[in-house]
Design a binder for this molecule. Structure first.
Ligand SMILES: [Zn+2]
Length: 73
């Protein structure tokens, strides 16, 4: 069971978090404090100033297809 694939989580991203994703290689400003420094993890990035978390844009895009490929083999 993948929590990232649940309908509720996808809806939450679409309605609230989609415009606020961390984009690797770009300047990402914290929505709370406008800080530009981040601690980047595997699926989220946390603001280095206030610890506000953002989902990684790449993780939400590339997560599902990789699992489908693994299931076919
Ligand atoms: Zn912040």
């Amino acid at each position: 069971m993948n929590a990232l694939a649940s309908p509720g989580f996808r809806r939450a991203i679409r309605e609230r978090l989609a415009p606020l994703c961390y984009h690797e290689g770009e300047v990402n400003r914290c929505p709370q404090c406008q800080n530009k420094g981040w601690h980047v993890g595997r699926v989220t990035a946390e603001c280095s100033h206030c610890d506000h978390p953002l989902p990684l844009a790449q993780a939400t895009i590339t997560g599902a297809p990789a699992e489908q490929d693994a299931a076919h083999q």
